[in-house]
Design a protein around this ligand. Sequence first.
Ligand SMILES: NC(=O)c1ccc[n+]([C@@H]2O[C@H](COP(=O)([O-])OP(=O)(O)OC[C@H]3O[C@@H](n4cnc5c(N)ncnc54)[C@H](OP(=O)(O)O)[C@@H]3O)[C@@H](O)[C@H]2O)c1
Length: 340
Amino acid sequence: MKRTDGNHQVILAKRPAGLPQLTDFEMRMIPLAPIGPDQALVQIIWLSIDGFMIARMRPEENYAAGVNPGDVMQAYGVGRVTQSNRTDRHVGDFVFGPFGMQQWAIDDGNPMTRTLDPAFGPIQSALGIQGISGWSAYFGLLDVGQPKPGETVAVSAGAGAVGALVGQIASLNGCKTIAIVGSEAKAAQTVGEYGYTASVVRGSSDFSERLKQAAPGGIDVYFDNVGGDLYDDVLECINTFGRVVVCGRLATAHLTDTAQDFGPRDHNTLLVKRIRKQGFLVSDYAARFTEATSAIAAWQAEGKIKLAEDVLVGLGQAPAALIRLVTGGNNGKQLVRIAE
Ligand SMILES: NC(=O)c1ccc[n+]([C@@H]2O[C@H](COP(=O)([O-])OP(=O)(O)OC[C@H]3O[C@@H](n4cnc5c(N)ncnc54)[C@H](OP(=O)(O)O)[C@@H]3O)[C@@H](O)[C@H]2O)c1
């Protein structure tokens, strides 16, 4: 794509009423202005599709600024610097940053933007195993969940980007692991490829019974990527002094009114079983990202950890890719490749 082609973008056309639909998004093209002093131009190659985007489309206050109708959809991306008036970026550098769902982005020194070291593997790994997915799994499990060897760790969305890594890191720490997934195919994959001890498919009326059979000694750490009814079911199986790591809320993030997220209250169980339930944001660990990157790179080099990538091609596929996260259509890290 030549720069003169302008900048194609995915914008939020209207706030989703419930789960996002393709009609909630539109494409537009804007001309590209020349870069200014202290700016660099980035051609985006890979877009990361992440769960946070769902709640960001809602009007309620969040931990970060949301997306309003007419705005470019937020997204992390990896791209190549094609022009630079910045001293810290050179033409040809690969960079990671909060670039948005568009073909071209201006790098004007956002502190999140960083130059990538291609020695760490394929550049898109900075969006998955070597990036937010890997860091979330590493710190969420080890710092918040604090699993001990011999304990049982259950993971919702256990075949997903964060979940698959949590399962493998828990195994590396001597834990038994239970993946909760949306299909028989993912169940086979989590045990066969990611080494989970067992896998349970969600959504059936006998789910609780099957979870108890898969974890006969109960669950010590529940790494929860989704919340919702599944949390209520898993809570029944959590052991005394168990830990619940609240990583994500994909089952409820689309609700237009958070008051609709009702269910059995968990106070009684948390008190009687002395369960610790704690949320976290991966950004809380920014000062330690290098620690996680190094640990994961070492495990990768030893062939002890991996993550499937699920790639759609073309910027216009980005909304469909996002919808896959809430329908369970993705398998591993959901990416969109938008340039060679
Ligand atoms: N706290 C943080 O700082 C942080 C950082 C990164 C990510 N996250 C969160 O971590 C979670 C996982 O992110 P990811 O990028 O790795 O996504 P992912 O797990 O690759 O994809 C989402 C998966 O969630 C499952 N799911 C979707 N709707 C569900 C529902 N209603 N009930 C149960 N399961 C459902 C589906 O798997 P199955 O069909 O197999 O169940 C789907 O494939 C997201 O909630 C994300 O927002 C949090």
